[in-house]
Design a protein around this ligand. Structure first.
Ligand code: 5AD
Ligand code: SF4
Length: 462
């Protein structure tokens, strides 16, 4: 560690080095970046939001869809000027994209100024990667980025509890409870880039949550690609995590994501229903409303089974709100199949939907499936789905007008007298009488209207 500090200092004229970390993609990546930032801070660096000022730039990348990768490539291209201006700048690319061999090679050949490339499960090796890279510079050796890249499969230590964490937020905390995914949905790159499922022990999860609650965190978001298969490797279950974590004393609530319909148990829904600390919202991706497409996606549930879970949850938790992910234009999907997606959306009535047009991912099973539908056609289906969802969201949002809701006030979005909060069901509320003193508190807000997917509210008691 000392050696890395010395080297970093040398490359930044004996001042504390500034580090810029850009995160692409999902909450898991946000959580990984918190660890990356924690490591840099432990090495005596300072975080900056201004990349022009940085001595080290880190891109923590996402591979889920092609456009996520395009964005990273575009932004990497822009770093060339910064590198020309400051040859000592250390550029690091990590995360899901780099776990794909062909992408690693592409980065090395098109952006030779990227000196460190490593994958999602190797954050614990970050100090070694930096040291190696800077040592090569100081020894004046020819840069061997390939060597660095080959070292990347060193050890998978995502479970390491020792990696420090610099949290972005003081009210909401992401707590990963497991890493990786074993499901191999045929469209999805995640199992290839994040590896097999491994669960953290309940004790370490509980200890982390206890610390967070003592620090004043009010919202704990438990993270995993498929939280419902938590503990398969430990003989435990997700319901047990929920029970244990919510036994902790304190005024906080718990959310979790992402759930997989094939692993949801009635037991878990009963726990949500009876446990005051668990938010009454469920993110439950359905991906398609058509059995044939679900089968081709390897989702391992049918439309009927999905709807049975929704019905059970609605029965046990009448005020529950659902959100979901859906893919439009999976290979082999025809308009009649897509109509079943529309009908499922009408039946469930999600408060909001994360909608994606299918994106071909090299290495996945769907990559070689025949795809006869044009992009234009898929875009038309997509708009139809958005239009339908907009009207459903509007009717759900309007049902909250004139109601008093418990909300958790988050940070002010801008300097004006204006802030935002989240309801228990995970809806955003803009508070028209926001005051700094509300921040981080549970308040009661009267809902006075809504605009698109944002409620308007006034705090009436706190
Ligand atoms: N194309 C489009 N969407 C995808 N997702 C995952 N892989 C792909 C892909 N290849 C979506 C799924 C998943 C969400 C995180 O991203 O809906 O639930
Ligand atoms: Fe991807 Fe399926 Fe795993 Fe979700 S459950 S991360 S969609 S493979």
């Amino acid at each position: 560690m000392q050696k890395v500090k010395e080297l970093l200092n040398k490359y930044s004229a004996n001042q504390k080095p500034f580090v810029f970390v850009k995160t692409y993609g999902c909450q898991q990546n946000v959580s990984d970046s918190e660890r990356i930032k924690g490591i840099f801070i432990s090495m005596g660096c300072i975080l900056t939001n201004i990349k022009e000022k940085a001595d080290v730039i880190v891109f923590n990348t996402c591979a889920i869809r092609e456009n996520a990768e395009h964005r990273v490539f575009g932004n990497l291209g822009q770093l060339k000027n910064l590198k020309n201006r400051n040859p000592n700048l250390l550029i690091i690319v990590c995360g899901c994209m780099t776990e794909q061999e062909h992408i690693g090679e592409k980065i090395r050949s098109i952006f030779p100024f990227v000196e460190v490339i490593f994958g999602t499960n190797f954050i614990g090796n970050l100090k070694d990667f930096i040291f190696e890279s800077l040592r090569k510079r100081s020894l004046n050796l020819k840069k061997s980025i390939a060597e660095n890249y080959n070292n990347l499969k060193l050890r998978r230590d995502c479970l390491s509890e020792e990696i420090p964490r610099q949290r972005d937020n003081k009210i909401t905390a992401f707590v990963p409870i497991m890493y990786g995914c074993d499901n191999f949905c045929t469209y999805c790159i995640v199992p290839y880039v994040r590896g097999r499922e491994v669960s953290r022990s309940i004790e370490s999860i509980k200890k982390e949550v206890e610390n967070l609650v003592n620090l004043g965190y009010k919202e704990i978001i438990l993270l995993g690609q498929n939280v419902n298969s938590y503990g398969k490797d430990l003989g435990s279950s997700f319901t047990e995590v929920l029970r244990e974590v919510t036994k902790i004393d304190g005024d906080f609530w718990v959310r979790f994501m992402t759930s997989h319909p094939k692993n949801i148990t009635k037991d878990m829904i009963d726990e949500i229903a009876s446990n005051e600390k668990i938010c009454k919202s469920l993110h439950l991706p359905f991906q398609s409303g058509c059995d044939k497409v679900l089968y081709d996606m390897n989702r391992k549930y049918t439309r009927k089974e999905y709807l049975a879970i929704i019905d059970y949850a609605k029965l046990k938790i009448p005020d529950i709100l659902f959100t979901s992910d859906v893919i439009v234009g999976f290979p082999s999907e025809i308009y009649d199949d897509f109509k079943e997606t529309l009908s499922l959306v009408k039946t469930v009535k999600f408060s909001s939907l994360f909608t994606f047009i299918y994106s071909k991912r090299k290495g996945t099973l769907a990559y070689n499936m025949k795809d006869n539908v044009s992009c234009e056609e898929k875009a038309k289906w997509f708009s139809e789905l958005l239009k339908l969802q907009r009207s459903i969201s509007a009717s759900i949002y309007s049902s909250f007008v004139d109601r008093n809701l418990k909300v958790l006030v988050k940070e002010s979005r801008n300097k004006k007298n204006f802030g935002f909060a989240k309801t228990n069901g995970d809806l955003v509320v803009n508070l028209e009488n926001y005051k700094e003193e509300f921040k981080g508190k549970f308040c009661i807000a009267k809902i006075i209207g809504f605009k698109e997917r944002v409620l308007r509210g006034i705090v009436t008691s706190f």
